[in-house]
Design a protein around this ligand. Structure first.
Ligand code: NAD
Length: 350
């Protein structure tokens, strides 16, 4: 495996391989960049096809966290951890303890948190071995579900895009399609309904759809029909890669802004949206509210301090849209340039 020359390696500071045969822990921690602060990123527990797939995932995700943290203005760098699950996905307290010990040996260079396959319970077990963890049980100082901050940030991003596109300061009468009514999507409906937006919702869970219909007078659409809907805004809040070769030519929206990670299947799709004058808010910026809450948990900031920071997702999104139009580049490129500038300016100071 040629790591340093692989496409996913991007000047990562450190890659730590962890092997504890006694408890059956095989894991990798990648620390991408700590210019802006300690490297923070979740710990994924996943049954990878092979080691190479896991390694490339942790390299890619840790770099993504560097950019996300820079754009969320949270004084953190980017890192990520993966634990190789076996085919039975056996997750034991011993495995989590061993992971906690490994993280502790890094003395705060890397801070972990929940991710796909891990949750509050796992972080609380890791916390028994190291203080370098967030997303623990509220009894141990955790701040609870970050989705409420994620959804507030998405709402602020939508408002910024609407202000830019139509010069409107509220969402009255604007038609918004929300795909996925989970922790983020349902909370987002609440914010949007508060501003009298017209909601069109979709979820594979009919109980959630009924809840949104009842509480927010939402119109529902079957999951397989969402890409045929015509609306002002599309808010993907279910899963990634919804903007792909099959869907892109159907999209009948002026703005795309949602909580889901990795909404663009490939970068070329962001370029296509820009060329077709659809404002796309990069997912890792518009869903950064959750990271702002998590950072506040780490730095022990109360809601009065971090709540206004979440609302600043509005400014970050507006800056990106303006830069994209001024420089004739898509919004993902604009966001990346802003993050890279921030990191290089800090490097000059250090
Ligand atoms: P969730 O699991 O609570 O909700 C996802 C919802 O999508 C569920 O209600 C599910 O039934 C629905 N869904 C699944 N397949 C669907 C389909 N084909 N069509 C319509 N709906 C479908 O997850 P969440 O915490 O709300 O997160 C949503 C997305 O946002 C995820 O991609 C997540 O990675 C991302 N995200 C979440 C946070 C956070 O703070 N929770 C932060 C950043 C990014």
């Amino acid at each position: 495996m040629d790591i340093f020359n692989s496409a996913q390696y991007s000047n990562h500071e450190r890659i730590i391989f962890i092997n504890n045969c006694q408890v059956g822990l095989k894991a990798i921690i990648a620390i991408h960049d700590r210019t802006l602060g300690p490297a923070l990123g979740g710990c994924r527990f996943w049954n990878y096809r092979d080691e190479e797939e896991g390694l490339y995932d942790v390299l890619r995700l840790s770099k993504g966290m560097t950019y996300k943290a820079a754009l969320a203005n949270v004084n953190l760098g980017g890192g990520k951890a993966i634990i190789f699950a076996d085919s039975q996905n056996k997750k034991t307290p011993q495995i989590m303890h061993a992971m906690g010990t490994a993280i502790n040996e890094l003395k705060g260079e890397y801070i972990t948190g929940p991710d796909i396959g891990t949750g509050v319970k796992d972080m609380t077990i890791i916390h028994e071995k190291t203080p370098y963890v967030i997303g623990v049980d509220e009894a141990y100082g955790g701040y609870g579900d970050p989705a409420r901050s994620t959804s507030l940030g998405v709402f602020m991003g939508i408002k910024a895009a609407v202000q830019y596109k139509w010069g409107a300061s509220d969402l009255k009468g604007i038609r918004i399609l929300i795909q996925g009514l989970g922790h983020v999507g349902m909370n987002l409906c609440n914010h949007l309904h508060g501003e009298k937006a017209t909601l069109i919702v979709s979820d594979i869970d009919s109980i959630k759809v009924q809840e949104a219909q009842k509480k927010y007078q939402a119109i529902s659409v079957e999951p397989e029909k969402v890409y045929d809907v015509e609306a002002d805004i599309f808010s993907p809040c279910a899963f990634g890669a919804v903007i792909n070769d099959n869907t892109i030519s159907k999209l009948n929206f002026s703005i795309i802004a949602g909580g889901a990670n990795n909404q663009l299947e490939y970068n070329k799709h962001g370029k296509h949206l820009f060329e077709n004058e659809i404002i796309y808010l990069p997912d890792y910026v518009v869903n950064g509210g959750g990271l702002i809450q998590v950072a506040a948990e780490w730095y022990k900031e109360p809601y009065e301090v971090y709540g206004p920071k979440v609302k600043k997702v509005y400014d970050s999104c507006l800056n990106i849209i303006k830069k994209s139009y001024n420089e004739n580049i898509d919004t993902n490129q604009a966001a990346n340039l802003i993050a890279e500038k921030k990191i290089s300016e800090q490097q000059k100071i250090i």
